[in-house]
Every structure is written in C-alpha cells, then in structure tokens.
Design a protein around this ligand. Structure first.
Ligand code: ZN
Ligand code: FE
Length: 255
C-alpha cells in the first residue's frame, strides 16, 4: 500500500475521505462534505491538504471546496464535463485519464447517472475506488439527471474492477438499502447473511463502508440482473439488464 485512507463521518450520513500518499505526503480530500471534521482529521493525522478530488457537484460533496482551498491553497480536481458546477475547480479531468497524487496513480472513471458529470477515482495499485453517490453498499445512487441506461453503464464499469477492490461510498445508507434488497432477492443466502451482519454492525455504530466489488457482486440487487430470483420477484424474467436494473431502481424509489 502506498496510500493510507482516513474515513471521516460528516453531516448526517456522509463520509469524507482523506487519501494520503505515504511516500510524498500528498493528501487529497475525496469530496468536501463538511470543513470542520475534515480539518480535524488532517490535524489528528498531521497531514497537509494538497488536493481535493470531487466526485460530483452536489453540496454534500463540494460544499467545503472554497473554504478549504482558501485555507490550504490546495488544487481542486473535478470532471471536465461538469467544471462549471464544481466550485474552485483548477484541473479538469476526463474518462480514462490517469494523474498523480504524489507517487500514487489515480485513474478517472466517468460514471454518469446520479448526475451527468459524476466521476469516480480508482487507485489501481492500491485496489481502492472512491465512487461518490454512484454505487452504495447494497444500493446505487438515485438517478437525478441520468437515464437508467447511463446509470447501468456506470455500474457495469465499476463492477469490471477486481473483486478485491475496496469501494468507498459517500453515504452510510446500507441498512436502508438492505431492507429493500432482501425484498427483491429473498432467496440470496449471501444477501441474507449480510443483512444480519449489517444490523449487528450498525447496532454498534460501526461503518459498513468500505465495501468491496466482490461483496456487491454477490449481494447487491442493482448489479445482479442475472439473478433469476430477482427477475421473478420484480416480474422481469428474461428482460435485458438495463430493463431489470431500471425496474429495480424504480421499486427502490417507491419503497
Ligand atoms: Zn449526490
Ligand atoms: Fe451525496
């Protein structure tokens, strides 16, 4: 591992993350949900903020950009296609682009759907992905701006990462997601076990983030259109993956 990750509870149910390159000291805040807890974490670790990596423009992700930039003089990186909505953006990045955070390599993945300009940051050498509001533990982001086709394409792109990839989602929504997931794939034994495990963890206030690509592949109905049990439950037997995903998303919206 060349990076260290510090997870920071922010606002009601957001997570901020600090990514620290141990060789150079470069430190990025993945999104800026809330300034004070981010600054507290930096002080605790003795780290200097050099970068902000924004996943998307929503206030609970970019609301602290300007204050942190004034304080630290850090460089703000965000999606080129959404630059006008990212406060204080300095560097505009596009799909597939690789840049350095100190000595760590970061790959940009465009994952539209929740917003049209949503991106994820993938640290391949460290097997870590920061996915914002695109993929959640047992869930996925609401489609505020994109289509089901776009969101499905984005989820597929993330699911193509190695199983062991740690997935850092931006919200602790897992228990609510679990309550829905079990209703659409009730026969999935791995999901049933996970739902129990999540209840145990949350009872003790323990985060369920990060998750992993492999765990989501086995238990998250939004990325399991191939599941016969899911298809039967939502009345989409034999439909194409986009239609199955769209129906699952619709049912969650109304759950
Ligand atoms: Zn959002
Ligand atoms: Fe959010």
């Amino acid at each position: 591992m060349s990076i260290e990750v510090k997870q920071i509870p922010c606002l009601g149910d957001n997570y901020g993350f600090l990514v620290h390159d141990t060789e150079t000291g470069a430190t990025a805040s993945i999104d800026t949900p809330e300034v004070e807890p981010i600054n507290n974490a930096l002080a605790e670790q003795g780290w200097t903020l050099t970068h902000i990596l924004n996943t998307h423009h929503h206030f609970d992700h970019a609301g602290g950009n300007e204050e942190l930039k004034v304080q630290w003089g850090c460089e703000i990186i965000g999606a080129a296609c959404d630059a006008e909505r990212i406060p204080g953006i300095d560097r505009r990045v596009v799909d597939g682009e690789v840049f350095q955070l100190g000595n760590a390599q970061v790959k940009v993945l465009e994952v539209p759907g929740h917003t049209v300009g949503h991106i994820a940051y993938y640290f391949a050498d460290d097997r870590a992905a920061f996915v914002g509001d695109t993929l959640f533990a047992l869930g996925c982001g609401r489609m505020f701006e994109g289509t089901a086709q776009q969101m499905w394409g984005s989820l597929e792109k993330l699911m193509a990462l190695p199983d062991e990839t740690a997935v850092y989602c931006a919200h602790e929504y897992t228990q609510a997601n679990a309550a829905f997931a079990i209703t659409v794939e009730p026969d999935n034994e791995a999901l049933r076990q996970r739902v129990e495990e999540i209840a145990r963890l949350r009872e003790q206030g323990i985060p369920t983030v990060p998750t992993s690509i492999g765990l989501e592949r086995r238990t998250n109905p939004f990325v399991r259109p191939q599941s016969t049990n899911l298809q039967q439950t939502i009345d989409r037997v034999g439909s194409d993956p986009v239609a199955i995903f769209a129906e699952t998303r619709k049912r969650k919206d109304n759950f």
